[in-house]
Write a protein that binds this ligand. Structure first.
Ligand code: GRG
Length: 322
């Protein structure tokens, strides 16, 4: 790859010139599909070994039922990519990558419960409570959440304790009322209200969806000892892709089938939920997502060719079909 041309082109980038990113990624011969499938396989292998089924078997089976049900594994892949960009290794970040997927999975289990979104279908299978009952599904979520933090601390190698502690704290605040839980509460409060403004919608999704995506990238980079300048760039990158991810999620809820999504499509319309397409329409929503991805990628320019995986993941977020 001609790094100099890459750098010059990207330095002059205007937010609307997303073709330049696509062009540079293609020119660098970066094969996103191979990258994603390789990382996904590594994550699947690590997750498959992460929870041993012991007595009382039922709870471990319920945890593994949802954890090992597939999914895009976007958050763990972001964590590994954040670590590699900052000079670390996949091995160093894998326990944290598994932990973010455990936390994400528990949030899906709880989100699907009758008291929340009340859904029967997730990751192409009946939801956890449909198989194990509500009591066990709640406990499976609790079990995954608590286990995730211990897993980072006990399984991470080649990272000093002073470097590991802030990673655990960052992840904790991303999940707490300061992050995912807070976003979910506001989401519940806004249920049935179509007339919410874009600031409220942004608050919900920067917390409910964005906080864990951001923590995934940042925790990966923190494990590798990234400095503040790098972390701030990655934070802005992640906030932008987090919102773009949610906008596309809202669009796909309208345009994709349940089979494609592996979860019930058309749910937002059914429960009269305020979404980005309900505020802006589908085409403008896609345009806004595109702008956010461009803004995200601009943050990565100083990292030159090291930025290619994160840039390509950002492109994938707007082009995805499920
Ligand atoms: C975290 C303590 C704690 C409680 C949970 C229920 C709840 C509080 C929060 C809801 C969080 C939630 C479900 C956010 C939606 C995020 C989102 C867009 C999920 C879909 O993610 P994908 O598309 O799914 O990455 P896959 O299946 O591919 O992993």
């Amino acid at each position: 790859m001609n790094t100099q041309v890459f750098e010059q082109n990207l330095q002059n980038l205007q937010p609307e010139q997303h073709q330049i990113f696509e062009h540079e990624i293609a020119k660098a011969n970066f094969d996103l599909n191979s990258y994603l499938s390789e990382r996904k396989n590594q994550v699947e292998a690590a997750l498959a070994q992460s929870i041993e089924v012991v007595y009382p078997e039922k709870i471990y089976e319920a945890m593994n039922y949802s954890l090992l049900a597939g999914g895009k594994r976007l958050r763990p892949i972001l964590c590994l990519a954040g670590c590699e960009l900052a000079g670390g290794t996949v091995e160093m970040a894998m326990p944290t990558a598994c932990a973010v997927e455990m936390i994400h999975t528990m949030s899906l289990i709880h989100d699907d419960l009758p008291a929340m979104d009340n859904d029967d279908y997730r990751r192409g299978r009946p939801t956890n409570h449909k198989v194990y009952g509500e009591d066990i599904a709640i406990l499976a979520g609790d079990g995954l959440l608590a286990y995730a933090f211990g897993f980072i601390i006990s399984k991470t190698q080649d990272v000093s304790a002073p470097r590991l502690l802030p990673v655990v704290a960052k992840l904790s605040y991303a999940v707490a009322a300061t992050g995912l839980v807070g976003g979910q509460v506001l989401d519940l409060e806004c249920e049935g209200k179509q007339a919410i403004d874009v600031e409220t919608l942004n608050f919900i999704h920067t917390h409910k969806t964005g906080a864990l995506l951001e923590a995934s990238v940042l925790c990966g980079a923190m494990l590798a000892g990234a400095d503040d300048e790098v972390l701030q760039r990655l934070s802005r990158y992640a906030r932008n892709i987090g919102l773009a991810f949610q906008i596309i999620d809202d669009v796909l809820d309208i345009t994709a089938t349940s089979e494609e999504l592996g979860k019930t499509s058309g749910k937002d319309e059914q429960v009269q939920k305020a979404t980005y397409p309900s505020l802006w329409g589908i085409e403008e929503s896609k345009h806004q997502a595109r702008r956010l991805v461009d803004a995200a990628n601009i943050e990565l320019i100083p990292f030159k060719e090291k930025s290619l995986p994160l840039m390509a993941i950002a492109e994938y977020i707007t082009n995805r079909t499920h």
